[in-house]
Write a protein that binds this ligand. Structure first.
Ligand SMILES: Nc1ncnc2c1ncn2[C@@H]1O[C@H](COP(=O)(O)OP(=O)(O)OP(=O)(O)O)[C@@H](O)[C@H]1O
Ligand SMILES: O=P(O)(O)OC[C@H]1O[C@H](OP(=O)(O)OP(=O)(O)O)[C@H](O)[C@@H]1O
Ligand SMILES: O=C(O)c1cccnc1
Ligand SMILES: [Mg+2]
Length: 567
């Protein structure tokens, strides 16, 4: 297989300087990702290319999206690693070829012999680093190689990038609204679009800035931190404290054993009901809930966290939680906190915090006021924003449905367009100017200004001199003649880097770890000017082409567009 044990000799000044062994590229994360995971027309076109003797023509395709998602002015690019795993292992199995033969009986045998030899050893993939902030029209990936093979990559590449980038962007947007100090937990597995949707959501939400997932398989496969609380079912499954048979709890330091933890909890509950500050606040609480919390604490004395809204947050959940937490405190344990899953999350978080502070003061329990408040229940960007505006005391948000299904926008709309064949630039015209493709094999640069923020992305022809620091360069809107600006960059970043070179010996980028991709995403979000990132009426980021490329696009446009005739 093309991708196995790629050992590349690095060429320095034309001579082989050292032998560098790049890490082996594993197979696709999802075994369903095979060369057949493509649209039928990719194979029928491959046959027609082959029949025309064009299949080896050298093609260049750009993968890009046309419009920013979620009403914003940016997206985050993700899915690259899976694309590279796919090309590195691209090979049709004999049984796949038999299947193709059965569905395409009109094709000559020679075509299937050709398919048997096909791999990506002659393909090159250039891409923006995964986790980068990206903008419409700018190629996220440039794929070069024999036209019939690169065409076969279209559907899987677009599939692997679309949802990955969309959900990473969604996660990044939630992170930006929540702020850096909050813990974000991805709770979406049950609501995700199938198992791949669930696994991908966990991976890409982590890249987009979530701290942890509840998805155990994602924790195992990707090493993402796992977090969780308990459900209402756990609380309502208990009927009374009498159900708890093993009531003993060893103290935190192991020096003593509390023989009846249930009684200790109950004595704390009565104390809370009688105590000055809290008198009148706490009355009778639900005893089955108390039993559930007590049992949970007996199972996890170091990690006690309770879902407090099964019966009544203020009248039952919070006092029951506090009684258990104070009993744990007597034995040297520190409870973690509560989860709120219904009601007015701002109000309830304030009320809970006030009670925790009051208890800290009343019983002199250091740290009780800082107990973690986790909130969940149909959260999304809007509710996080509303909570911020109202003020709240939530430390962690658990978010599922709206995050992983990308409820606010279900698809990103990436496309894969031919921009050059056999060194001849190609263009796709459309009545809709946003759908006209930008021809040529291009280089992409991000130009940074004096304040360190990115100012503009510029696409140039491959052989144009690159923009240089301190030198004025004209940046033109690709289609709007009057929109142009001179930019003097303080820093220039070339965006497209080589991630797959087939069997060429030139250097390619190592695939970064998940942690590095996540760090890249966080750092990129910080490098953007805040007005591009705000939720309401964000400023569009400028995407431009060089003067030379502008002229060429319009020359090709005119030469390809038929002239109409009026009668
Ligand atoms: N302070 C708040 N400001 C804005 N939205 C909030 C606030 N608190 C909660 N929400 C959101 O309001 C919605 C409330 O949902 P819903 O009307 O289903 O009530 P609920 O609290 O879930 O009721 P139930 O007790 O039936 O579960 C959720 O989407 C939640 O995220
Ligand atoms: O962002 P979300 O989609 O709300 O995901 C998280 C929710 O999932 C769980 O309950 P579930 O929704 O299964 O049941 P519930 O609504 O009755 O709590 C949990 O209690 C959260 O509320
Ligand atoms: O651990 C949790 O609290 C959790 C996990 C998944 C969905 N809702 C909540
Ligand atoms: Mg729910």
């Amino acid at each position: 297989m093309a991708g196995k044990a790629v050992a590349a000799a690095v060429m320095v000044n034309g001579s082989v300087a050292e032998k560098e062994v790049l890490a082996e590229i594993g197979g696709a994360t999802n075994p369903m990702v095979t060369p057949l995971l493509t649209d039928l027309y990719q194979f029928t076109m491959a046959y027609a290319y082959w029949k025309a003797g064009k299949h080896q023509d050298r093609a260049v395709f750009d993968l890009y999206f046309r419009k920013n998602p979620f009403g914003g002015e940016y997206a985050v690019f993700a899915g690259l690693e899976e694309c590279i795993r796919f090309v590195a292992n691209f090979k049709l199995e004999e049984e796949e070829i038999s299947f193709l033969r059965s569905i395409m009986p009109m094709c000559e045998d020679g075509f299937f012999d050709y398919l048997r030899e096909v791999d990506c050893s002659n393909v090159e993939v250039y891409a923006v680093p995964e986790g980068s902030v990206v903008f419409p029209k700018v190629p996220l990936m440039r794929v070069e190689g024999p036209v019939s093979i690169v065409q076969l990559l279209e559907t899987p590449f677009v599939n692997l990038v679309n949802y990955a980038s969309l959900v990473t962007t969604n996660a990044a947007r939630h992170r930006l609204v929540a702020g850096k100090s909050k813990t974000l937990l991805e709770f979406g597995l049950r609501r995700a679009q199938g198992p791949d949707g669930g696994m991908s959501a966990s991976k890409y939400c982590y890249i987009g800035g979530f701290d942890a997932t509840s998805n155990v398989a994602a924790g195992k496969l990707f090493g993402i931190p796992l977090r969780g609380t308990h459900s209402h079912a756990f609380v309502s499954s208990f009927m009374s404290p009498d159900e708890i048979l093993d009531r003993a709890l060893l103290s935190h330091d192991g020096s003593s054993t509390c023989k009846d933890f249930v009684r200790l909890v109950q004595s704390w509950l009565s104390k809370l009901q009688r105590t000055g500050l809290l008198r009148g606040v706490f009355g009778e609480t639900n005893q089955s809930e108390l039993a559930a919390f007590t049992s949970y604490a007996l199972a996890f004395p170091n990690d006690f966290l309770a879902l407090v809204d099964t019966y009544d947050v203020m009248k039952s959940g919070i006092p029951n939680f506090c009684a258990v937490a104070l009993a744990l405190n007597d034995l040297g344990y520190k409870a973690r906190g509560i989860r709120l899953d219904s009601g007015d999350l701002a109000y309830l978080s304030f009320e809970a915090r006030n009670i925790f502070h009051a208890i800290e003061k009343e019983f002199n329990v250091a740290g009780f006021g800082k107990m973690t408040v986790t909130a969940s229940n149909d959260l999304n960007e809007e509710t996080l924003d509303a909570l911020n505006k109202q003020g709240h005391e939530v430390d962690a948000f658990g978010i599922g449905t709206n995050l992983v299904t990308c409820y606010a926008q279900p698809a990103l709309g990436c496309v894969f367009k031919l921009v050059e064949i056999n060194n001849q630039p190609r263009i796709k015209l459309s009545e809709d100017v946003t759908k006209v493709s930008i021809p040529c094999k291009k280089r992409i640069f991000r130009l940074y200004g004096r304040e360190g923020y990115a100012l503009v992305d510029i696409m140039t022809g491959e052989n144009e001199p690159p923009p240089t620091v301190g030198e004025r360069i004209l940046c033109r809107h690709p289609f709007s003649e009057s929109k142009r600006a001179y930019v003097v960059p303080q820093h220039v970043e070339e965006l497209l880097k080589c991630y797959w070179l087939g069997n060429s010996s030139k250097r390619r980028e190592e695939l970064p770890s998940l942690e590095k991709i996540r760090a890249r995403c966080m750092q990129q979000l910080e490098q953007m000017r805040p007005d591009h990132m705000r939720r309401l009426n964000p400023t569009p980021y400028k995407v431009s082409v060089s003067g030379k490329l502008y002229d060429f696009i319009h020359f090709l446009w005119l030469s390809e567009a038929p002239v109409g005739e009026l009668q």
